[in-house]
Write a new protein. Structure first.
Length: 365
């Protein structure tokens, strides 16, 4: 297999564009690829500027590839994206959970199907514009995932599911760069995408309106149900569980004379449980579908810093191994809005221990 050949995923943004340039400068044989993942959605979604699903992203990526002198292709991943990302996203909301589709995309598309395509054409590596770093630890004989040098831009949270095999075959050229340095490189080499804004929203959801998107995708109508308090008293009607997430206060459509928050979503009984602010906090949670990176296994309790969502600060906790590939996490301090379906990622200093999907919080308020 050709260890000098790299397939890089190009979204048309500044990060993947500069990553491709850096790899070429390092002497790799770089092949640029845009992953065609947009399904048959309304035109305005596909054309949305800045999204990695937009058709304009292909044009931007192709222009960059021509500019830096690398071949460029579009590869079709529509079916697997529909199955592993969009359908998963919808199913999780219908189960009363709040998924992270970017993590599902990394797990099933970028570091699985895309890697398989690369290996088929004799490329040893794939690369992306993620802000993260991969290091091989000789002592442990394991690949480690390290936080990026870019403060505030680190993306290791969304990469916790990477296996040792995937880490071995992946390059993150931006791991030691800050966002400012990346934009400076783009300007210096004359890339038109140097000042292109970062995409913020979920790429396949227009206007960030998840509920509307899910309703459009389903044949049947979402059923309204009851809001109840933590004692089971009916407070009013909700418009369907897909419109709510744990910790939500705004947009509930119900006036109770005091601030109330979503503390639980019971999909089986179509109930949304509301509580006061202190009832949103929990000290313990169960995490499932565990993937470990710096450890081969967890056999005894260990201390770690834990992130419960992409934007959350890390919080100190103890991890307790359980049966069935689960971990019980006990935080030192109660955490706000522990949300089933979101990823929980475990850190030791600058390195990822591993992570998983939050199954549920354990009431400890």
């Amino acid at each position: 297999m050709n260890k000098n050949r790299v397939l890089i995923g190009m979204s048309g943004g500044v990060d993947s564009s500069v990553a491709a340039y850096i790899l070429k400068e390092q002497g790799y044989e770089v092949i640029g690829v845009t992953m065609q993942i947009w399904p048959d959605l309304p035109g305005e979604v596909r054309e949305k500027e800045g999204g990695c699903c937009s058709l304009s992203a292909v044009d931007d990526a192709r222009r960059v590839a021509n500019h830096i002198g690398i071949p460029f292709y579009v590869m079709n991943f529509k079916e697997v994206f529909q199955d592993k990302v969009i359908d998963y996203f919808i199913d999780e909301y219908l189960r009363g959970r709040t998924p992270n589709p970017c993590i599902a995309c990394n797990r099933h598309i970028k570091f699985d199907r895309f890697l398989k395509k690369a290996l088929e054409i004799d490329a040893y590596y794939i690369a992306t514009g993620h802000y993260a770093d991969i290091i091989f630890d000789n002592q442990r004989q394991r690949y480690l995932l390290k936080k990026s040098a870019a403060v505030g831009k680190d993306q290791t949270y969304a990469l916790y599911s990477m296996t040792q095999y995937q880490l071995e075959h992946t390059l993150f050229p931006l791991g030691k760069y800050t966002k400012e340095q990346v934009r400076d490189i783009a300007k210096k080499i004359g890339l038109t995408v140097a000042n292109k804004p970062d995409s913020q929203e979920i790429c396949f959801v227009d206007d960030n309106d998840y509920g509307k998107f899910i309703e459009q995708q389903l044949d049947e109508k979402i059923k309204p149900g009851n809001f109840v308090d933590t004692h089971g008293n009916v407070l009013g009607q909700h418009k369907g569980i897909i419109h709510y997430t744990i910790g939500q206060r705004k947009g509930l459509g119900i006036a109770l004379g005091k601030p109330m928050y979503v503390v639980e979503i019971d999909a089986k009984n179509n109930i949304v449980v509301l509580g006061e602010h202190h009832e949103v906090f929990s000290k313990e949670m169960i995490v499932e579908q565990i993937n470990l990176i710096s450890l081969s296994s967890l056999t005894e309790p260990i201390r770690a810093m834990v992130k419960i969502r992409y934007t959350a600060p890390e919080a100190s906790a103890t991890l307790y191994p359980m049966e069935n590939d689960k971990i019980k996490v006990v935080f030192d301090e109660p955490q706000r809005a522990i949300t089933p379906g979101q990823a929980a990622v475990f850190y030791e200093d600058d390195y990822i221990l591993g992570g998983g999907i939050i199954e549920r919080s354990l009431n400890s308020n």
